[in-house]
Design a protein around this ligand. Structure first.
Ligand code: DON
Length: 321
């Protein structure tokens, strides 16, 4: 796969330094000790176009964990492994307006089916249904799928995984609820192990951009010239990113930025810009955007990252609407 640098790196570097200061309005996630140690002032962006051009700026060599961005990947994989009807029988596609780790609707709405795969309850359900007889097998499938997209092997940050595994009381509570109402396909501890390991997969911004690029192209990898997952699944993933990807800020994100995106508490944001949304940008045939800015707001979205993305989307008139 050949990726070419783009002459707009300089402009992007200016925008990154302009929005880096916004990090002061947020804080690194404190509930995962390994994330609390990160430098809150970091900001990085990579954009990879369908034509193979890349713009990048900021702390682009920094590695960070996927966290909730992984929920998009496992949703796509589960649809490929089990078929859409099976997945949709066990997880809905409705936004909640609640926090990402909320438990309330599992009891207040019967039969306790999780509202969508982008909140923890839905993501744990999805992880439980991935192909594989053990958590290890399921995790290997996720890593292999990402390797196909990115073209290199990724690894799991053990420190992040361990620090979450020790403190996952709320996720355990969600998983027990799901087990009780019959939505888990494997034992609670196995589902949690897959879910927390997928959250701890390490990437850089270019890796994220590559994932976004393939989603933007409906599952087709324009640099490998290969369909990696079905178009219908990619379209559903994009709809879920728009309606639920930025948690209970998804409405505002859709209204003022208007692109399918998924955030994680590490400060990662994955964005997919379909061709028709990028006509006035340097990427008129679509692109994927990877952003990292570890200072997050109380909802869980990167403060500087969202502001940078908003600026970019406005300047280049990038919106799906
Ligand atoms: O379940 C958790 O707590 C995390 N490992 C993932 C959460 C996450 O990234 C939510 N994001 N905004």
């Amino acid at each position: 796969m050949s990726i070419q640098p783009h002459q707009q790196d300089h402009l992007m570097a200016q925008w990154v330094s302009q929005f880096r200061t916004a990090a002061k309005e947020g804080q690194c996630a404190s509930y995962i000790p390994a994330l609390a140690k990160k430098d809150p002032n970091q900001l990085a962006i990579a954009i990879i176009g369908s034509n193979g051009n890349e713009i990048k700026a900021g702390d682009t060599t920094e590695l960070f964990t996927l966290q909730s961005v992984s929920k998009v990947i496992t949703f796509i994989l589960a649809c490929m492994d089990r078929g859409l009807p099976y997945v949709l029988e066990r997880v809905d596609v409705e936004p909640t307006g609640d926090t990402f780790n909320s438990i309330i609707r599992l009891e207040s709405h019967q039969p306790g089916k999780p509202f969508n795969p982008m909140i923890n309850a839905g993501a744990i359900t999805v992880s439980s249904m991935l192909a594989g007889h053990s958590p290890q097998e399921k995790v290997i499938k996720i890593l292999q799928f990402l390797e196909q997209i990115i073209g290199k092997q990724l690894s799991i940050n053990e420190e992040v995984f361990q620090s979450e595994w020790q403190t996952a009381n709320r996720n355990r509570a969600l998983a027990y609820y799901l087990m009780d109402s019959g939505f888990l396909d494997c034992p609670v501890e196995a589902a949690l192990e897959v879910y927390l390991k997928q959250c701890a997969i390490e990437v850089n911004v270019s890796d994220l951009a590559m994932i976004g690029l393939v989603i933007a192209n409906d599952g087709y990898h324009p640099l490998l010239k290969k369909q990696l997952f079905p178009k219908q699944v990619a379209k559903l993933a994009k709809a879920l990113m728009v309606t639920c990807g930025m948690y209970n800020a998804s409405g505002k994100f859709a209204a003022f930025i208007g692109l399918p995106a998924k955030s994680g508490v590490s400060g990662a944001i994955l964005t997919a810009v379909p061709g028709h949304a990028g006509l006035n940008s340097p990427f008129p045939t679509g692109c994927g955007i990877g952003i990292y800015g570890p200072a997050i707001d109380p909802i869980g979205n990167s403060v500087a990252g969202v502001q940078l993305l908003k600026h970019l989307a406005t300047e280049w008139d990038m919106t799906i609407f």
